[in-house]
Design a protein around this ligand. Structure first.
Ligand SMILES: Cc1cc2nc3c(=O)[nH]c(=O)nc-3n(C[C@H](O)[C@H](O)[C@H](O)COP(=O)(O)O)c2cc1C
Length: 206
């Protein structure tokens, strides 16, 4: 096999092995022309932030794809104490199981957002942990002021719906307007994620 073909094959194999199929699709497709999308035209004054927490990159892939379409800033919630694989082995009484069972658990955040003042719309993404948002979302929302903002919650999961995850988060905030939470299917394409994000943004303008 000649050297050029071998190099191309190796590059292709490397690209295919790095990311889960869904994440790869979600983050690598061509940029959508947001200016031509009616949702953006309807809400040109929106200053959008996408906040997310993700331990295995599923939510992260959705968050980054949405942020690109929304021309939004991004803030990742990083725990002070990272979650190991053992911490995430659910139904083994692992760290994550214990936190979800403990109404007072508030895992510490490593770095806080400097200010949320300039944003009027905040997308918040998280994985479903035992039917709810991970407790670190509560840490964040109890520690920042989101009054006057519109919150767009979204989540991923193995199979569960968003359930009461966002309405329980809403309870620890004051004066924000929350849209209905959206569970993003793991097989969603990047185009579907962009379309959902832009439609949700249009909703916030109503
Ligand atoms: C502690 C824990 C609890 C979970 N509980 C649920 C659940 O109740 N229902 C479900 O469908 N998936 C559950 N999952 C799976 C995650 O929601 C799913 O893998 C998610 O997409 C992970 O997102 P991430 O890759 O961004 O971390 C759980 C995962 C963990 C670690």
């Amino acid at each position: 096999m000649n050297k050029k073909i071998l190099t191309i094959l190796l590059a292709l194999m490397l690209a295919m092995s790095c990311v889960p199929a869904f994440a790869e699709d979600a983050v690598s497709s061509a940029t959508v022309n947001v200016a031509s999308f009616p949702a953006v035209a309807e809400h040109e004054d929106a200053n959008v932030l996408v906040v997310y927490f993700s331990t295995d990159d599923t939510v992260k892939a959705v968050a980054l794809t949405a942020a690109e379409a929304l021309e939004a800033d991004v803030f990742e919630i990083v725990p002070e104490q990272p979650y190991t694989d053992a911490d995430l082995a659910y139904y083994t009484n692992c760290r994550a199981d214990k936190e979800q069972n403990d109404r007072n658990a508030r895992p510490a955040i490593a770095v806080w957002p400097e200010s949320l003042e300039q944003y009027n719309v905040i997308f918040i993404g998280y994985p479903i942990w035992h039917g709810q948002a991970p407790k670190i979302l509560y840490t964040l929302l109890e520690g920042v002021d989101v009054s006057g903002k519109t919150i767009v919650p979204f989540c991923t999961s193995a199979s569960s719906g968003a359930g009461s995850s966002a309405s329980n988060l809403e309870k620890v905030t004051d004066g924000a307007s929350w849209l209905k939470a959206k569970r993003i299917n793991n097989h969603s394409t990047a185009e579907q994620i962009r379309s959902w994000a832009l439609t949700a943004l249009a909703e916030t303008a109503k």
